[in-house]
Design a protein around this ligand. Structure first.
Ligand SMILES: [Fe+2]
Length: 479
């Protein structure tokens, strides 16, 4: 199936240029002539799907704020018996269906919202001015395949990506709840450790669902004076940790066409730790910093250890309409002493990196290797603001190694796929979409044990795969 769409004028938007530009075609490719070309050897022991979500505007926008705008599109490679199948599909949310029916954008940007017109509402579109673009991550839990966006409900997708439906966990989520796009799946019992955020107190509530997706517990996190930009949470043994950095959404300002986010640099960054069984949060305080993404965390000897991507401030602003992000990003380790409340915050390595990941079987537990998309050149000199490499940090020795995909390449979030025949992190595989000027788009499979071997396999895709956000491995999911 192929759907062609009209071209758009995206020249005003820096984050819709080059490989950030959307693809306007939904494609399906099998291996063979005119389709996928496999170079190297695909691991035959894995069955499932590698899927990545990302923003992919479907209709001409009049404003664009990275990273919150843009209709979610999933790029998926399914693996079975050593064979592969690729497809990309927009998330067919109600918003998408209404805009598709009318052939135009009906909801504005998160940085320039406008009232929704009667025609869209008559087709069943939400009158709320903010669209849930379902564009941030894609995750398989409790038998459901989810497209996630932190300021709205999740969407349940069919395994072939042809349908999407908003899901409220059978009434657990209430109007106004935004479910995080970064839940963690507990390696010990399969619980989904998630959270909702609201614009009324409690501004953040930890939500725990069991391995089958049944709601187990809601733990309100008190001690915040307003809703903040809290993008990620981390499971650390028995605790769940989050950052209350001075980054605040301001909807009233957004409605006036002003910056939808505020950064109050003179406030400290506060950190909460909540026991997963419930109770009051423990609060810590640190010199101001911001982060989008955790890597992993664990608990040992009365301390919590959290590895994450450090930034000095939040980069999102309306000014991104004329500029691009320039903040340094490094892997850091945060240590929280539960008794003394002491905090240390140490840099793990100097390399510019983002989209940090680890072996999911170690989520919340001690682990050895962290992975991330990395820039091996000086940031700012990067062509197309791209991550040209994948880095692996050895958290025990402090050493790192990386694989450089070449000049001008963009390598996305590296997802660790466990080798079903081994418990060792090193025996797994790292999958990420890569686009390079020399080779076009391909799914790279690196060895988690030795990145310097380069790609064990490349699945070349005869279409562009734009830069996107988060990916995951859907173990056992097939078409
Ligand atoms: Fe994220």
């Amino acid at each position: 199936m192929t759907t062609q769409r009209p071209e758009m004028d995206l020249s005003r938007f820096p984050y819709l240029q080059g490989n950030y530009a959307p693809v306007l075609t939904e494609s399906t490719f099998e291996e063979g002539e005119g389709g996928l070309r496999v170079e190297g050897r695909i691991p035959e022991q894995i069955t499932g799907a590698f899927m990545r979500n990302g923003p992919n505007v479907a209709w001409q926008p009049d404003h664009y704020v990275y990273p919150v705008d843009g209709d979610g599109m999933i790029h998926a490679v399914y693996f079975k018996d050593g064979r592969v199948h690729y497809r990309n599909r927009w998330v067919r949310s109600k918003y998408f269906q209404v805009e598709e029916a009318l052939g135009r954008a009906c909801w504005g940007s998160h940085g320039k919202p406008h009232p929704v017109d009667e025609e869209a509402i008559a087709l069943g579109g939400s009158p709320h001015p903010f669209k849930n673009p379902a564009n941030t991550s894609v995750l398989f839990h409790g038998g459901n395949l989810f497209a996630l966006f932190e300021a709205g409900f999740p969407h349940v997708l069919s395994s072939d990506l042809e349908s999407a439906e908003e899901f409220d966990y059978h009434g657990v989520l209430q109007a106004g709840d935004g479910l995080t796009a970064h839940p963690k799946i507990c390696a010990r019992n399969g619980d989904l450790i998630s959270n909702t955020q609201r614009f009324t107190e409690p501004y953040l509530t930890i939500q725990i669902f069991d391995k089958n997706g049944r709601h187990k517990r809601a733990i309100p996190v008190y001690g915040m004076h307003r809703r903040a930009m809290i993008h990620d949470i981390q499971l650390c043994g028995d605790y769940i940790v989050g950052l209350f950095a001075p980054a605040f959404p301001d909807i009233e300002a957004a409605m006036r066409g002003e910056n939808p986010f505020i950064w109050e640099a003179d406030r400290p960054t506060r950190i909460f730790a909540v026991h997963r069984d419930g109770g009051e949060p423990i609060w810590f305080e640190a010199p101001t910093f911001f982060s989008w993404h955790f890597c992993n965390g664990f608990q040992s000897g009365g301390k919590l250890y959290i590895d994450y991507i450090w930034m000095d401030s939040m980069p999102v602003s309306n000014e991104l309409g004329t500029g691009v992000e320039s903040q340094m990003r490094n892997m850091h380790r945060l240590t929280l002493d539960l008794a003394s409340k002491a905090v240390t915050n140490e840099k793990v390595g100097p390399t510019y990196c983002e989209f940090s990941r680890a072996d999911e079987r170690r989520c919340g537990l001690s682990y050895r290797y962290g992975f991330a998309a990395a820039a091996t050149h000086e940031w700012g000199e990067s062509p197309n603001h791209a991550y040209n490499a994948t880095i692996r940090y050895d958290m025990e020795s402090g050493s790192s190694q990386f694989w450089d995909f070449g000049e001008g390449a963009n390598a996305g979030e590296p997802v660790h796929i466990a080798n079903p025949d081994s418990d060792r992190e090193e025996d797994g595989f790292l999958m990420s979409y890569v686009t390079s000027p020399a080779e076009g788009a391909f799914l790279s499979i690196l060895s988690a044990g030795d990145l310097t071997r380069g790609s064990l396999a490349k699945i070349h895709i005869p279409a562009r795969v734009p830069n996107g956000f988060h990916a995951n491995w859907m173990n056992g999911l097939t078409l």
